[in-house]
Design a protein around this ligand. Structure first.
Ligand code: SAH
Length: 256
């Protein structure tokens, strides 16, 4: 006897960009608009979710009030379970799914379960923030190398950033607001000049965007005094001096 054919859904790992819905790819906007089920992160802007069908089921994997998200294993199990039940799933992630987004793990889980998966790139926060603040990440005069690192507490001390920042190089730090003091200390211990210019871009691409600039040594104070909150990026390097003055809300200290 033949087994009945069971339909397996597809998981679409979709990058939602830094916030502004105008920065979605056409493919992302189409998939969001057509989806019956969207599993999304906490950081996804309401303007992006507003593109979903009125009857779409929206599942947030962020329990914002409790300030923690569903464990990664449970997110993966949810995606696989729904796909094996025959539903297509749009898994919506901030920025690009493959830049500090644990997209790699979700792809692995789908593959292991035999679930078809497609990845749709998004504008990562570094690119979105650089464009919004008019800070070129590379520049013929200032930088020919750019690196992205994660600055959150866990593992920060063990990370080797030597050589990633300095003359001719741009370093972009994700998730570094809370650890700004340790970040400034770490970079100066690696030999970076205390007056190396830095920029902090909060809520890039959104109406509430703020761009702050100052020297590396003043980074902890800059972040504390202006009560910078997540989501924000820290950019270290001479390119930050190129940011549009009209867009820079706050400039302090030596590099001003
Ligand atoms: N996959 C995402 C990054 C997820 S990690 C991407 O490619 O952008 C989350 C971090 O991204 C935040 O802590 C913050 O550092 C950064 N971020 C995301 N959106 C941002 C925004 N609109 N403005 C500034 N930083 C942002």
């Amino acid at each position: 006897m033949c087994k009945p054919m069971t339909h397996v859904g597809t998981v679409y790992l979709v990058g939602a960009g830094p916030g502004d819905p105008e920065l979605l790819t056409l493919r992302a906007a189409r998939l969001i608009g057509a989806a019956g089920l969207i599993v999304h992160d906490g950081l996804i802007d309401a303007g992006v979710l507003a593109l979903a069908r009125p009857d779409a089921e929206l599942v947030s994997v962020a329990k914002r009030r409790a300030r923690h998200t569903l464990p990664q294993g449970e997110i993966e199990a949810l995606l696989v379970r729904e796909a094996l039940a025959g539903r297509d799933v749009v898994r919506l992630k901030g920025g690009d799914p493959f830049v500090f987004g644990r997209g790699g793990e979700e792809v692995e889980a789908c593959r292991a379960a035999g679930v078809p998966v497609e990845v749709v790139p998004g504008v990562s926060a570094a690119n979105g923030a650089a464009a919004a603040a008019q800070i070129p990440l590379t520049h013929r005069r200032h930088a020919s190398v750019v690196s992205f690192v994660a600055g959150q507490c866990k593992g920060l001390a063990e990370q080797d950033w030597a050589g990633l920042a300095g003359r001719g190089r741009t370093l972009v730090i994700y998730m570094g607001v809370k650890t700004a003091p340790q970040i400034a200390e770490k970079l100066m211990a690696d030999g970076l000049a205390p007056d190396m210019p830095v920029a902090v871009i909060e809520n890039a691409s959104l109406r509430a965007m703020r761009v702050l600039r100052g020297p590396l040594a003043g980074l902890p104070e800059l972040v504390a005094r202006h009560r910078v909150k997540s989501p924000a990026l820290i950019v270290i390097g001479e390119v930050t001096g190129e940011s549009d003055a009209a867009l820079t809300r706050i400039v302090e200290g030596a590099s001003a």
